[in-house]
Design a protein around this ligand. Structure first.
Ligand code: UD1
Ligand code: CA
Length: 445
């Protein structure tokens, strides 16, 4: 049997009421990627011929988020997991390979575990992913006989006191032979504590039909089901740690890893050093040898090799920092291309700008890029020196190696190699202060 002989069903039709949110549960994010996105990506890592996601009416946003990878079917009413697989199985009527069922609210499952399950399915009819949580709480329990065969799954609400003592729990992930699954799902009834159709009943039914069911054990961290925002934060914590570990294994130094917040797509090359308290938003690429000092917030940016950023810098989407550039404290950069070896050391806002290599942007420089209606560009050439506390009113162009006197408000283009000073001339009056004091002291009451 080839791997292409696998179809994947993802159950996502549950209302997720415990999230108390207007957003469907599976669109909540973990490390910047939706839960359903995580599950889809893991599903895509398994060689399959088809991925079908089950949603309920009104979940157009969910359907939209996954349409690149999965077809979507509707479960009319939420009568339980055994009912949810039915519209997907209808699409798979003539399919006789293996079916893997995933839950969209169990987003941390790994490729390795799923591959292990598919492997185990070669020698059995159904494979369930079990785990042994510290607190088995209300998870379904796997009932295993002395020979180690899985004979049934009992839901917590239907379990006897002795069954409740079982520590081996059901993660929800199931792999089964397609034909058998079709046959068994048709036989599920809703005679149980919740009055629902439990997918988990297929194990008992398979056992009665003389089929072989088995289980694979996963890690508790992998099978965490997200039903509320406490569990969402637990999932975030687990996934953050995975991302941090990967970054470090790939050659980045995270001085205090737990204080560095990564995004699922953060790319960090080798020999990067990240100090404590740094947050990465979506779409960041940090090239090798970069140093990011404490308290930086970085999103949608590429930082080229050897640059030093922070402490206290904010890089916003559309920013590129050139090789060996220095971006210092309280500097905000938005949608700008900063050249090689540029220095923007202190207290600046650079937006919609291009800064040529080797330019020095003085403390307190502001690109005035917005007039309340439109955004305008500032183009700064190579080797330019912008004096401290300058306002560059866009659109404006500053030629290579030009020099701007401190405190200037620049509204006109500046030619290369020129000096621009745009402030009032300084007036010095000799002994003025002395006379001023004298006059006032005499008149003092
Ligand atoms: C389920 C399992 C339980 C297991 C636990 C693991 C059953 C009967 N129980 O319980 O054994 O320990 O997961 O987390 O399967 N869904 C639908 N349509 C429905 C109902 C649910 O699509 O009508 C989807 C949900 O969106 C969710 C998944 O199925 O992705 C699981 O549903 P949920 O109600 O959360 O099941 P649990 O009570 O957690
Ligand atoms: Ca659940």
């Amino acid at each position: 049997m080839t791997a292409k002989n696998t179809a994947i069903i993802i159950l996502a039709a549950g209302k997720g009421t415990r999230m108390k949110s207007k957003t469907p549960k599976v669109l909540h994010e973990i490390c910047g990627k939706t839960m359903i996105g995580h599950v889809i990506d893991t599903a895509l890592s398994i060689d399959s011929s088809k991925i079908i996601t089950v949603v309920s009416h009104g979940m157009e946003d969910v359907a939209g988020a996954i349409k690149h990878a999965s077809s979507v079917v509707i479960q009319e009413n939420q009568h339980g997991t055994g009912d949810a697989v039915k519209p997907a199985l209808k699409e798979l009527k003539s399919f006789d390979g293996n079916i893997l069922i995933l839950y969209a609210d169990t987003p941390l499952i790994t490729h390795e575990t799923l591959a292990q399950m598919m492997d185990s399915l070669k020698s059995s009819d159904i494979v369930v992913l079990g785990f042994r949580p510290e607190d088995p709480a209300e998870y379904g329990r796997l009932v295993v006989n002395e020979a180690g065969e899985l004979i049934k799954i009992v839901e917590f609400k239907d379990a006897s006191p002795s069954e409740k003592k079982i520590h081996l729990c059901n993660s929800g992930v199931i792999a089964a032979k397609a034909n058998l699954l079709q046959e068994l799902v048709a036989k599920i009834n809703n005679k149980n504590a919740k009055g629902e159709y439990y997918l988990t009943d297929i194990i008992g039914l398979a056992q009665n039909a003389g089929k072989k069911c088995t289980y694979v054990e996963g890690d508790e961290d992998e099978v965490l089901g997200v039903n509320n925002r406490v569990q969402l934060s637990e999932a975030e914590y687990i996934y953050q740690n995975r991302l941090r570990a990967t970054a470090m294994v790939e050659g980045a130094t995270l001085i205090d890893p737990e204080t560095v917040y990564l995004c699922h797509d953060t790319r960090i090359d080798s020999d990067v050093i990240i100090y404590p308290n740094v947050t990465f938003g979506k779409n960041v690429w940090v090239e090798s040898g970069v140093v990011i000092k404490s308290f930086c917030h970085i999103e949608g940016a590429r930082i080229k090799s050897g640059a030093v950023v922070g402490p206290f810098a904010r890089l916003r989407p559309g920013t590129e920092i050139g090789e060996e550039a220095h971006i210092g404290n309280f500097v905000e950069i938005k949608k700008s291309k900063i050249g090689k070896e540029v220095k923007i050391g202190h207290l600046s806002y650079i937006g919609d700008a291009t800064v040529g290599s080797n330019s020095n942007i003085g403390a307190g420089t502001v690109t005035c890029n917005y007039d309340g209606y439109n955004k305008y560009e500032t183009t700064i050439g190579k080797g330019v020196f912008v004096g401290s506390n300058s306002a560059l009113v866009a659109p404006v162009k500053i030629g290579d190696k030009a020099f701007i006197g401190a405190g200037s408000t620049i509204t006109k283009n500046i030619e290369a190699d020129s000096l621009a000073v745009a402030r009032n001339k300084q007036l010095n009056k000799e002994n003025w202060a002395k006379h001023f004091r004298k006059k006032n002291e005499k008149n003092k009451l």
